[in-house]
Design a protein around this ligand. Structure first.
Ligand SMILES: Cc1ncc(COP(=O)(O)O)c(C=O)c1O
Length: 382
Protein backbone atom coordinates (compact mmCIF):
# COMPACT_ATOMS: atom_id res chain seq x y z
CA UNK A 1 0.00 0.00 0.00
CA UNK A 2 1.49 3.40 -0.91
CA UNK A 3 1.84 6.07 1.73
CA UNK A 4 -0.36 9.15 1.33
CA UNK A 5 2.20 11.39 -0.26
CA UNK A 6 2.17 14.66 1.69
CA UNK A 7 5.81 15.03 2.75
CA UNK A 8 8.60 16.06 0.35
CA UNK A 9 11.37 13.80 1.68
CA UNK A 10 15.14 14.09 1.82
CA UNK A 11 16.76 10.88 0.61
CA UNK A 12 18.25 9.99 4.00
CA UNK A 13 17.23 7.11 6.28
CA UNK A 14 18.29 7.62 9.90
CA UNK A 15 18.15 4.36 11.85
CA UNK A 16 19.82 5.29 15.13
CA UNK A 17 20.89 8.28 17.15
CA UNK A 18 23.12 9.16 20.09
CA UNK A 19 23.35 12.61 21.67
CA UNK A 20 23.76 15.25 18.95
CA UNK A 21 24.25 12.69 16.15
CA UNK A 22 22.08 10.43 14.04
CA UNK A 23 23.31 7.53 11.89
CA UNK A 24 21.81 6.40 8.60
CA UNK A 25 21.28 2.87 7.24
CA UNK A 26 24.82 2.87 5.83
CA UNK A 27 26.37 3.88 9.16
CA UNK A 28 27.09 7.49 8.10
CA UNK A 29 27.13 9.98 10.99
CA UNK A 30 25.16 13.26 10.77
CA UNK A 31 25.40 16.26 13.09
CA UNK A 32 21.83 17.03 14.12
CA UNK A 33 21.25 20.78 14.40
CA UNK A 34 17.53 20.42 13.83
CA UNK A 35 16.34 17.82 16.35
CA UNK A 36 13.54 16.64 14.05
CA UNK A 37 11.67 20.00 14.09
CA UNK A 38 12.84 21.09 17.60
CA UNK A 39 11.64 17.89 19.22
CA UNK A 40 14.90 16.36 20.48
CA UNK A 41 15.54 18.29 23.67
CA UNK A 42 17.88 16.07 25.72
CA UNK A 43 19.61 14.33 22.81
CA UNK A 44 18.98 11.11 20.95
CA UNK A 45 18.79 7.92 23.04
CA UNK A 46 19.67 9.70 26.28
CA UNK A 47 20.31 6.92 28.86
CA UNK A 48 17.90 8.50 31.43
CA UNK A 49 15.20 8.58 28.79
CA UNK A 50 15.77 5.06 27.50
CA UNK A 51 15.81 3.72 31.06
CA UNK A 52 12.66 5.57 32.13
CA UNK A 53 10.64 4.44 29.11
CA UNK A 54 11.95 0.87 29.35
CA UNK A 55 11.08 0.63 33.05
CA UNK A 56 7.64 2.10 32.48
CA UNK A 57 6.72 -0.10 29.52
CA UNK A 58 7.80 -3.11 31.52
CA UNK A 59 5.53 -2.01 34.36
CA UNK A 60 2.47 -0.44 32.69
CA UNK A 61 2.44 1.32 29.31
CA UNK A 62 -1.11 2.59 29.30
CA UNK A 63 -4.34 2.82 31.15
CA UNK A 64 -7.18 5.26 30.56
CA UNK A 65 -7.90 8.63 32.20
CA UNK A 66 -10.56 6.98 34.38
CA UNK A 67 -8.07 5.78 37.01
CA UNK A 68 -5.50 7.38 39.32
CA UNK A 69 -2.22 8.06 37.50
CA UNK A 70 0.26 9.61 39.98
CA UNK A 71 2.77 10.15 37.15
CA UNK A 72 0.57 12.99 35.83
CA UNK A 73 0.72 14.79 39.20
CA UNK A 74 4.49 14.20 39.37
CA UNK A 75 4.90 15.68 35.88
CA UNK A 76 2.73 18.68 36.81
CA UNK A 77 4.81 19.34 39.94
CA UNK A 78 8.06 19.07 38.00
CA UNK A 79 6.83 21.51 35.31
CA UNK A 80 5.82 23.93 38.07
CA UNK A 81 9.20 23.61 39.80
CA UNK A 82 11.30 24.08 36.67
CA UNK A 83 9.15 26.74 34.96
CA UNK A 84 8.37 28.75 38.08
CA UNK A 85 4.76 28.97 36.81
CA UNK A 86 3.07 28.69 40.18
CA UNK A 87 -0.64 27.96 40.51
CA UNK A 88 -1.34 26.86 36.94
CA UNK A 89 -3.10 23.55 36.31
CA UNK A 90 -2.02 20.95 33.76
CA UNK A 91 -4.03 19.15 31.08
CA UNK A 92 -2.13 16.57 29.04
CA UNK A 93 -2.60 15.76 25.35
CA UNK A 94 -0.58 14.14 22.55
CA UNK A 95 0.60 16.86 20.17
CA UNK A 96 1.04 20.57 19.60
CA UNK A 97 -2.09 21.01 17.51
CA UNK A 98 -4.14 19.23 20.15
CA UNK A 99 -2.67 21.48 22.84
CA UNK A 100 -3.65 24.64 20.92
CA UNK A 101 -7.04 23.20 19.98
CA UNK A 102 -7.81 22.66 23.66
CA UNK A 103 -6.36 26.05 24.60
CA UNK A 104 -8.68 27.83 22.15
CA UNK A 105 -11.62 25.67 23.16
CA UNK A 106 -11.06 26.51 26.83
CA UNK A 107 -10.77 30.22 26.00
CA UNK A 108 -14.14 29.98 24.27
CA UNK A 109 -15.73 28.03 27.15
CA UNK A 110 -14.40 30.56 29.66
CA UNK A 111 -15.43 33.74 27.82
CA UNK A 112 -18.50 32.53 25.92
CA UNK A 113 -16.99 34.17 22.82
CA UNK A 114 -15.68 32.57 19.63
CA UNK A 115 -13.41 34.81 17.54
CA UNK A 116 -9.63 34.37 17.74
CA UNK A 117 -6.91 36.94 17.04
CA UNK A 118 -3.67 35.49 15.67
CA UNK A 119 -0.66 36.89 13.81
CA UNK A 120 0.97 36.95 10.37
CA UNK A 121 3.47 34.14 9.80
CA UNK A 122 2.19 32.33 12.92
CA UNK A 123 1.85 28.54 12.96
CA UNK A 124 -0.36 26.78 15.50
CA UNK A 125 -1.04 23.31 14.06
CA UNK A 126 -3.28 21.55 11.58
CA UNK A 127 -6.51 20.79 13.46
CA UNK A 128 -9.75 22.76 13.37
CA UNK A 129 -9.26 26.02 15.30
CA UNK A 130 -5.46 25.69 15.42
CA UNK A 131 -5.11 25.61 11.64
CA UNK A 132 -7.64 28.42 11.20
CA UNK A 133 -5.39 30.53 13.46
CA UNK A 134 -2.36 29.62 11.31
CA UNK A 135 -1.34 32.14 8.66
CA UNK A 136 -1.15 29.72 5.73
CA UNK A 137 -4.27 29.49 3.52
CA UNK A 138 -2.80 26.42 1.72
CA UNK A 139 -3.41 24.23 4.77
CA UNK A 140 -6.81 25.64 5.77
CA UNK A 141 -9.60 23.45 4.33
CA UNK A 142 -13.12 24.86 3.88
CA UNK A 143 -14.25 22.99 7.00
CA UNK A 144 -11.59 24.83 9.03
CA UNK A 145 -12.27 28.20 7.40
CA UNK A 146 -15.62 28.48 9.20
CA UNK A 147 -13.71 29.36 12.38
CA UNK A 148 -13.74 33.08 13.07
CA UNK A 149 -10.13 34.25 13.08
CA UNK A 150 -8.58 37.66 12.49
CA UNK A 151 -4.91 37.66 11.56
CA UNK A 152 -2.98 40.83 12.37
CA UNK A 153 0.61 42.01 11.90
CA UNK A 154 2.95 41.40 14.83
CA UNK A 155 3.42 44.69 16.73
CA UNK A 156 0.02 46.05 15.60
CA UNK A 157 -1.15 47.06 19.09
CA UNK A 158 -3.80 49.38 17.71
CA UNK A 159 -5.25 46.54 15.60
CA UNK A 160 -5.39 44.22 18.62
CA UNK A 161 -7.08 46.95 20.68
CA UNK A 162 -9.71 47.59 17.99
CA UNK A 163 -10.49 43.88 17.60
CA UNK A 164 -10.68 43.14 21.33
CA UNK A 165 -12.92 46.12 22.01
CA UNK A 166 -15.51 44.66 19.63
CA UNK A 167 -16.22 42.25 22.51
CA UNK A 168 -16.35 38.92 20.63
CA UNK A 169 -12.71 37.74 20.86
CA UNK A 170 -12.15 34.72 23.11
CA UNK A 171 -8.39 34.39 22.62
CA UNK A 172 -5.26 36.06 21.34
CA UNK A 173 -2.75 33.36 20.42
CA UNK A 174 0.91 34.13 19.76
CA UNK A 175 4.32 32.48 19.45
CA UNK A 176 6.75 34.59 21.49
CA UNK A 177 9.41 33.53 18.98
CA UNK A 178 7.93 32.40 15.67
CA UNK A 179 9.10 28.97 14.56
CA UNK A 180 8.28 27.91 11.03
CA UNK A 181 7.49 31.55 10.11
CA UNK A 182 11.17 32.45 10.48
CA UNK A 183 12.16 33.37 14.06
CA UNK A 184 10.51 36.80 14.13
CA UNK A 185 9.61 38.30 17.51
CA UNK A 186 7.33 41.17 18.44
CA UNK A 187 8.56 43.91 20.77
CA UNK A 188 8.34 43.74 24.57
CA UNK A 189 5.90 46.69 24.52
CA UNK A 190 3.64 44.81 22.12
CA UNK A 191 3.52 41.63 24.21
CA UNK A 192 2.95 43.59 27.41
CA UNK A 193 0.21 45.74 25.90
CA UNK A 194 -1.53 42.72 24.40
CA UNK A 195 -1.43 41.06 27.83
CA UNK A 196 -3.06 44.14 29.37
CA UNK A 197 -5.64 44.42 26.56
CA UNK A 198 -6.61 40.76 27.03
CA UNK A 199 -7.12 41.33 30.75
CA UNK A 200 -9.20 44.46 30.13
CA UNK A 201 -11.45 42.78 27.55
CA UNK A 202 -12.15 39.33 29.03
CA UNK A 203 -9.98 37.69 26.34
CA UNK A 204 -7.64 34.77 27.09
CA UNK A 205 -3.97 35.34 26.27
CA UNK A 206 -2.62 32.06 24.86
CA UNK A 207 1.16 31.61 24.68
CA UNK A 208 2.01 29.01 22.04
CA UNK A 209 5.23 27.64 23.56
CA UNK A 210 5.14 24.48 21.49
CA UNK A 211 8.40 25.27 19.73
CA UNK A 212 9.93 28.14 21.73
CA UNK A 213 9.17 26.67 25.18
CA UNK A 214 10.73 24.01 27.35
CA UNK A 215 14.09 25.79 27.86
CA UNK A 216 14.79 26.31 24.15
CA UNK A 217 14.86 30.14 24.27
CA UNK A 218 17.12 30.32 27.35
CA UNK A 219 14.23 30.65 29.81
CA UNK A 220 11.86 27.79 30.55
CA UNK A 221 9.14 29.55 28.54
CA UNK A 222 9.85 32.25 25.96
CA UNK A 223 7.10 34.50 27.37
CA UNK A 224 9.23 34.73 30.54
CA UNK A 225 11.53 37.15 28.70
CA UNK A 226 8.64 39.63 29.19
CA UNK A 227 6.41 40.90 31.94
CA UNK A 228 3.25 39.02 30.95
CA UNK A 229 0.92 36.43 32.50
CA UNK A 230 -0.67 34.20 29.87
CA UNK A 231 -3.98 32.59 30.75
CA UNK A 232 -3.06 29.42 28.87
CA UNK A 233 0.38 28.10 27.86
CA UNK A 234 0.59 25.36 25.22
CA UNK A 235 3.52 22.93 25.07
CA UNK A 236 4.62 19.88 23.04
CA UNK A 237 7.75 19.22 20.90
CA UNK A 238 10.67 19.19 23.39
CA UNK A 239 8.41 17.93 26.16
CA UNK A 240 8.85 14.24 25.27
CA UNK A 241 12.18 14.22 23.34
CA UNK A 242 10.30 12.39 20.57
CA UNK A 243 7.64 10.61 22.59
CA UNK A 244 4.30 12.17 21.54
CA UNK A 245 3.13 14.35 24.43
CA UNK A 246 1.69 17.83 24.69
CA UNK A 247 -0.07 19.84 27.32
CA UNK A 248 -1.59 23.11 28.38
CA UNK A 249 -0.99 25.04 31.58
CA UNK A 250 -4.22 26.70 32.62
CA UNK A 251 -4.56 29.71 34.90
CA UNK A 252 -6.76 28.91 37.93
CA UNK A 253 -9.19 31.68 36.91
CA UNK A 254 -10.41 29.14 34.36
CA UNK A 255 -12.42 26.62 36.33
CA UNK A 256 -12.42 22.95 35.41
CA UNK A 257 -15.59 20.91 35.09
CA UNK A 258 -15.95 17.15 34.59
CA UNK A 259 -16.14 16.29 30.91
CA UNK A 260 -15.06 19.76 29.73
CA UNK A 261 -11.92 18.35 28.03
CA UNK A 262 -10.78 14.80 27.46
CA UNK A 263 -8.58 12.42 25.49
CA UNK A 264 -7.90 8.68 25.40
CA UNK A 265 -4.12 8.74 25.08
CA UNK A 266 -3.22 12.10 26.66
CA UNK A 267 -1.19 11.78 29.86
CA UNK A 268 -0.69 8.03 29.53
CA UNK A 269 1.90 6.31 31.71
CA UNK A 270 4.57 6.00 29.03
CA UNK A 271 4.19 9.62 27.92
CA UNK A 272 4.50 10.80 31.53
CA UNK A 273 7.62 8.65 32.05
CA UNK A 274 9.17 10.21 28.93
CA UNK A 275 8.14 13.71 30.04
CA UNK A 276 9.60 13.21 33.53
CA UNK A 277 12.88 11.88 32.13
CA UNK A 278 13.16 15.02 29.98
CA UNK A 279 12.55 17.40 32.91
CA UNK A 280 14.82 15.48 35.30
CA UNK A 281 17.59 15.64 32.70
CA UNK A 282 17.04 19.35 31.96
CA UNK A 283 17.47 19.89 35.71
CA UNK A 284 20.33 17.47 36.48
CA UNK A 285 22.41 18.50 33.47
CA UNK A 286 21.74 22.26 33.88
CA UNK A 287 20.51 22.43 30.31
CA UNK A 288 18.98 25.87 30.72
CA UNK A 289 22.46 27.20 31.50
CA UNK A 290 23.88 25.26 28.58
CA UNK A 291 21.29 26.77 26.22
CA UNK A 292 22.34 30.28 27.25
CA UNK A 293 26.06 29.56 27.10
CA UNK A 294 26.18 27.60 23.86
CA UNK A 295 23.50 29.80 22.26
CA UNK A 296 25.60 32.92 22.95
CA UNK A 297 28.69 31.14 21.60
CA UNK A 298 26.80 30.12 18.44
CA UNK A 299 25.77 33.75 17.84
CA UNK A 300 29.37 34.95 18.28
CA UNK A 301 30.64 32.39 15.79
CA UNK A 302 27.85 33.25 13.33
CA UNK A 303 28.96 36.91 13.35
CA UNK A 304 32.21 35.85 11.61
CA UNK A 305 30.39 34.49 8.57
CA UNK A 306 30.06 37.41 6.16
CA UNK A 307 27.31 35.75 4.11
CA UNK A 308 25.02 35.79 7.18
CA UNK A 309 23.02 39.02 7.04
CA UNK A 310 21.03 38.66 10.23
CA UNK A 311 20.95 36.33 13.23
CA UNK A 312 17.46 35.85 14.68
CA UNK A 313 16.06 34.09 17.73
CA UNK A 314 17.31 33.34 21.23
CA UNK A 315 19.04 30.53 23.10
CA UNK A 316 19.13 27.46 20.89
CA UNK A 317 16.23 28.57 18.72
CA UNK A 318 18.18 30.46 16.10
CA UNK A 319 17.78 31.60 12.51
CA UNK A 320 20.63 32.51 10.17
CA UNK A 321 19.37 34.80 7.43
CA UNK A 322 21.32 34.95 4.16
CA UNK A 323 20.71 37.16 1.13
CA UNK A 324 19.93 34.08 -0.99
CA UNK A 325 17.44 31.23 -0.67
CA UNK A 326 18.96 28.45 1.43
CA UNK A 327 17.36 25.37 -0.20
CA UNK A 328 20.61 24.52 -2.05
CA UNK A 329 22.72 25.18 1.04
CA UNK A 330 20.56 22.82 3.14
CA UNK A 331 20.94 20.11 0.51
CA UNK A 332 24.72 20.60 0.43
CA UNK A 333 24.78 20.44 4.24
CA UNK A 334 22.76 17.28 4.48
CA UNK A 335 24.02 15.26 1.49
CA UNK A 336 27.68 16.25 1.32
CA UNK A 337 28.55 17.70 4.71
CA UNK A 338 26.27 15.43 6.77
CA UNK A 339 24.55 18.09 8.86
CA UNK A 340 20.80 18.43 9.49
CA UNK A 341 19.44 21.99 9.57
CA UNK A 342 15.94 23.41 9.09
CA UNK A 343 14.20 25.74 6.67
CA UNK A 344 11.40 28.24 7.30
CA UNK A 345 8.60 30.06 5.50
CA UNK A 346 11.26 32.75 5.04
CA UNK A 347 13.23 30.96 2.30
CA UNK A 348 16.46 32.82 3.10
CA UNK A 349 16.60 31.55 6.66
CA UNK A 350 18.41 28.49 8.00
CA UNK A 351 16.78 27.26 11.21
CA UNK A 352 19.02 25.92 13.98
CA UNK A 353 17.24 23.85 16.66
CA UNK A 354 19.78 21.42 18.11
CA UNK A 355 19.36 19.21 21.17
CA UNK A 356 19.75 21.39 24.27
CA UNK A 357 22.87 19.52 25.40
CA UNK A 358 24.91 20.49 22.34
CA UNK A 359 28.49 21.52 23.18
CA UNK A 360 30.70 24.34 21.92
CA UNK A 361 32.87 21.77 20.08
CA UNK A 362 29.83 20.82 17.95
CA UNK A 363 29.26 24.49 17.19
CA UNK A 364 32.90 24.84 16.06
CA UNK A 365 32.48 21.76 13.91
CA UNK A 366 29.32 23.22 12.37
CA UNK A 367 30.93 26.54 11.45
CA UNK A 368 33.92 24.79 9.83
CA UNK A 369 31.45 22.75 7.80
CA UNK A 370 29.24 25.76 7.00
CA UNK A 371 32.22 27.61 5.51
CA UNK A 372 32.95 24.64 3.23
CA UNK A 373 29.30 24.30 2.28
CA UNK A 374 29.03 28.01 1.45
CA UNK A 375 32.07 27.71 -0.84
CA UNK A 376 30.49 24.75 -2.61
CA UNK A 377 27.16 26.52 -3.04
CA UNK A 378 28.85 29.72 -4.28
CA UNK A 379 30.83 27.68 -6.84
CA UNK A 380 27.66 26.09 -8.21
CA UNK A 381 25.90 29.45 -8.39
CA UNK A 382 28.83 31.25 -10.09
C1 LIG B 1 4.55 26.98 17.32
C2 LIG B 1 3.88 25.69 16.94
N1 LIG B 1 2.62 25.47 17.34
C3 LIG B 1 1.98 24.32 17.05
C4 LIG B 1 2.59 23.32 16.30
C5 LIG B 1 1.85 22.06 15.99
O1 LIG B 1 2.42 20.97 16.66
P1 LIG B 1 2.15 19.48 16.15
O2 LIG B 1 2.84 19.31 14.84
O3 LIG B 1 2.72 18.62 17.25
O4 LIG B 1 0.67 19.31 16.04
C6 LIG B 1 3.90 23.52 15.86
C7 LIG B 1 4.58 22.49 15.04
O5 LIG B 1 5.49 22.76 14.29
C8 LIG B 1 4.56 24.74 16.18
O6 LIG B 1 5.82 24.97 15.78
Amino acid sequence: MPLFDVYPLYDVTPVSGKGIHVYDDKGTEYLDLYGGHAVISIGHAHPNYVQAITNQVNALGFYSNAIQNPLQRELADKIEALSGCKDYELFLVNSGAEANENALKLASFKTGKKRVVAFKKGFHGRTSAAVAATDNPNIVAPINAQQEVTILELNDVEGVKQELEKGDVCAVIVEFIQGIGGLDEASAEFFEEVDALCKANNTMFVADEIQCGYARSGKFFAFQHYNVTPDIISMAKGMGNGFPIGGILIHPDIESKYGMLGTTFGGNHLACAAGLAVLNTIESENLLENVNEVGAYFIERAKDITQIKEIKGRGLMLGLEFDFEVGGLRKELIYNQKVFTGGAANKKLLRILPPLNIEKAHVDQFFDILKLALKEVEQTVN
